[in-house]
Design a protein around this ligand. Structure first.
Ligand code: AMP
Length: 284
């Protein structure tokens, strides 16, 4: 596996692949890789001739009081995992590589970024869409692979890709979970002792909501109340949001009639976790 730090060098590598007729898959990550990330790598290896993974803890998507400084970094392990899962190249830029002196260009998607995570992280998605645009331009990818775990992010990137005519197919891959249901996340490393057990309330609440909907409940307020009760059984849990939304517009729904997504963000101690469940409820 080639490890490339400079955007110019990676672009040259990508151009060479394209010239020889190969398709390129991109898997953007912030490192501290787990099986969720590797599921994206495997999908890209299956669908594309060349798979490029990127590891970049993107400072512009972190708010001032967030965990940029302590974000887990496990580069040696990550490299082993990427090789084992068949990645062809790793793009490992520095902050200076990505945002050199004088950098002053931003990509911003409106509306879809305003609710859910955008409410408590108002500058987050601007950082994400900016860095992903740069990655698309540097990697010249035909396909890019994102996790459903970050549902709003995936929808924002789809919007941006369409709006800016990037010739990239966005593939959204299912959430990979631990055996007990916790959605895999690099931030799970922060969860020790009781916090790890408390973190289960996210997936349990989602399961309870899914069962209610399956049994005919359509009132969103009632479903949210049940979820809230479930989550607050964990001493360390503080709800950021629980929303039931339209899968594409991400607008809140009051009454469930078709497909929807249940999305939530919960602080377990100081660690902010997100999770979601897509509900296919269309009347056929
Ligand atoms: P991150 O390193 O957290 O920025 O994540 C990089 C990519 O991996 C994003 O597209 C995430 O949605 C995806 N991802 C993270 N966790 C999971 C998971 N548990 N299952 C599937 N995809 C994931």
């Amino acid at each position: 596996m080639k490890i490339i730090e400079s955007p110019q060098k990676l672009q040259q590598f990508a151009q060479k692949q394209k010239k020889s007729g190969k398709t390129i898959g991109l898997v953007p990550t912030m490192g501290a890789l787990h099986q969720g990330h590797f599921s994206l790598i495997k999908k890209s290896v299956k669908k594309c001739d060349v798979t490029i993974a990127s590891i970049f803890v993107n400072p512009t998507q972190f708010g001032a009081n967030e965990d940029l400084g302590k974000y887990p970094r496990t580069l040696e392990e990550d490299i082993k995992g990427l090789k084992a899962n068949g990645a062809d190249a790793l793009f490992l830029p520095s902050n200076e590589n990505m945002y050199p002196e004088g950098y002053n260009t931003w990509v911003e998607v409106k509306e879809l970024t305003e609710g859910l995570c955008g409410k408590s992280r108002p500058t987050h998605f601007r950082g994400v869409t900016t860095v992903v645009s740069k990655l698309f331009n540097v990697c010249l990818c035909d396909m890019a692979f994102f996790g459903q775990k970050d549902y709003q992010q995936a929808m924002v990137i789809k919007r941006m890709t369409e709006d800016l005519n990037f010739p990239v197919k966005i593939v959204v891959c299912p959430i990979v979970r631990e055996k007990d249901g916790l959605a895999m996340s690099s931030r799970n490393k922060y969860l020790t002792g009781e916090l790890r057990t408390d973190a289960l309330v996210l997936s349990i609440a989602l399961k309870e909501a899914k069962t209610l909907i399956k049994n005919g409940e359509t009132n969103v307020a009632s479903i949210k109340a049940v979820m809230e009760k479930c989550i607050t059984t964990a001493k360390s849990a503080k709800i950021d949001y629980i929303e039931i939304i339209h899968p594409e517009t991400l607008q809140n729904i009051d009454t469930i009639s078709g497909d929807c997504v249940i999305a939530l963000a919960v602080y377990i101690g100081t660690t902010r976790l997100i999770d979601n469940e897509i509900i296919c409820n269309s009347v056929s």
